[in-house]
Design a protein around this ligand. Sequence first.
Ligand code: ADP
Ligand code: MG
Length: 322
Amino acid sequence: ELLVNQIAAGEVVERPASALKELLENSLDAGARSLSVELAEGGVRRMRVVDDGGGISREDLPLALARFATSKIATLADLERAATLGFRGEALASIGSVARLSLISRQADERNAWRIACEGGALTNVEPAALAAGTTVDVEELFYNTPARRKFLKSEATEFARCEEAFARIALSRPDCAFGLSHNGRRSAHYPPENLRARAARVIGDEFAEGAVDVRSEGAPVSLTGLVAAPGFTRASRDAQYLFVNGRFVRDKVVAHAIREAYADVLHHDRHPAYVLFLTMDPALVDVNVHPTKSEVRFRDSGSMHRFVFHALSRALAEPLA
Ligand code: ADP
Ligand code: MG
């Protein structure tokens, strides 16, 4: 069981940033409105995520750390229309198999919090603990028991930069939530709940946010909303390409291509534009279960998705010119 979890961990948690992404997604799935992250030594030495979400009951704490014991999917039909970011039920079990993990949680109607820990795959008993409503996950000494993987990690600065990027993606996807990030005791980001343009100003920069063009093609079964760079904005734009499909950050060639085509067509501009775009659709139209980290998707009909994005973006880009 430990070995199976460690193998799964290789797919889900490659490095601190991928563990952080899973923890933040769990907090959002639990309805958190405020998420705070503390990292030490690039997230390898320690990673703590504190949220104010719905919490986990005492009985469910051991299940949260058991492989495939997700609370989110009961049937194959649920999988087809998964509205949560997580649904495989392997992230916490995987992280727990390659780090010292502790989980403290309190549901709003409980008198106290409960704590469980996992070290080398073995669970402790559930003990009472002190915590405001919500959940705190502590992950220490990532890969301490898988030295080969630990050796594969890059410098502290590089691992932290990747954590920052994972954090930025999640923070951009939910401007309505508050986020905090600190590293080695120093505050690195602090975002209040705000609108997308304000959040984009903090994450991508004022220059992008001030000139960015609104995209607003809302409808059924697909809609595209968000911000795309004004034609003049070119700084570091290749890195600032954020696409969220049903709330989840993904890289997708079909959509990226449609965006470039629209820029080329309307603005005769062939650079990689910066954008923060939300593509929302009926979950039956997209398969997110392609890759363990869910960073790739497969559209049921990629041709019509390409056309939709191209037209939505062309309209948005043409508007300021009209
Ligand atoms: P998944 O997200 O795919 O269900 P995980 O291993 O990431 O699987 O989490 C296992 C379960 O633990 C979740 O289904 C959820 O019930 C619970 N859980 C994890 N993190 C939190 C959190 N921050 N708040 C509330 N429940 C959580
Ligand atoms: Mg999860």
